[in-house]
Design a protein around this ligand. Structure first.
Ligand code: G3P
Ligand code: CA
Length: 236
């Protein structure tokens, strides 16, 4: 089993490897792993009591369906094409596919996802060191913390409308996950001083990735893990 933070600078497949395979699909996650990604990131929503892996609240951009994700029954949702004949996976299917080969960042999208997610992780005896839970909605991280404190958490931010280090520390998180436009060196350093890792999304330009690595960022989420790893290796 590979632990999530297994090396200094992580290249995390953002929703799999969407530059080469449909996002948030089993094919995309397998592609990211095959490309050498250190970990994968995925988005989980609760639909009809099931944890499904899909980013948007609407079906239109990534599937053959339209309208709200939560307006469909699970059967209808699973009957849609999520790209190249793939279907919208269940979180359990992704855990099964990955099988500890790389770390998984489960981004909890929407209310009610934390409880069922940690319940599933525990039921499957998923090793905590291979998992990182994150959420923009920090309430979900509080729920995860009280239900299953052993699964590490990252406080996820869009705009920095509050002190990320203070917020992450209050949540007992081990990382702050920042938008690339907010990952200033001073913020990264403040996180390091507080013992927190910083992960930055979404970085597709190797030059930017190298700059972030130099200022102490612990990893990036990228849409093109294969190309990114190749470019970074050329710099080593
Ligand atoms: O977790 C990092 C990133 O995935 C957050 O933004 O919109 O791509 O889910 P988004
Ligand atoms: Ca995400």
């Amino acid at each position: 089993m590979r632990s999530f933070f297994h090396r200094n600078f992580l290249c995390i497949g953002h929703r799999g490897s969407p530059s080469t395979a449909p996002e948030n699909t089993l094919r995309g996650f397998e592609q990211a792993i095959g490309d050498g990604a250190d970990a994968i990131e995925l988005d989980v929503q609760l639909v009809a009591g099931a944890l499904v892996v899909i980013h948007d609240e609407e079906l239109d951009r990534t599937t053959s369906g339209s309208g709200r994700v939560d307006a469909l029954s699970l059967d209808l949702l699973r009957g849609l094409d999520a790209g190249d004949g793939e279907r919208v996976p269940l979180l359990e299917e992704v855990l099964e596919l990955v099988a500890g080969r790389v770390g998984i960042n489960v981004e909890l999208k929407g209310p009610g996802t934390a409880g069922p997610t940690v319940e599933l992780l525990r039921a499957r005896a998923e090793a905590p060191e291979g998992i990182l839970l994150s959420a923009f909605e920090h309430r979900e991280l509080e729920i995860a913390r009280s239900a299953a404190p052993e699964y590490p958490r990252a406080a996820l931010f869009g705009r920095l409308d509050r002190d990320p280090v203070r917020a992450a520390t209050a949540l007992g998180a081990i990382a702050v996950n920042l938008h690339r436009r907010t990952a200033a060196p001073a913020v990264v350093q403040a996180a390091r001083d507080a013992g927190l890792a910083t992960l930055v999304y979404t970085v597709n330009d190797p030059t930017e990735a190298l700059k972030l690595r130099r200022v102490g960022v612990a990893g990036i989420f990228t849409d093109c893990p294969g190309a990114m790893l190749e470019a970074l290796a050329a710099e080593d």
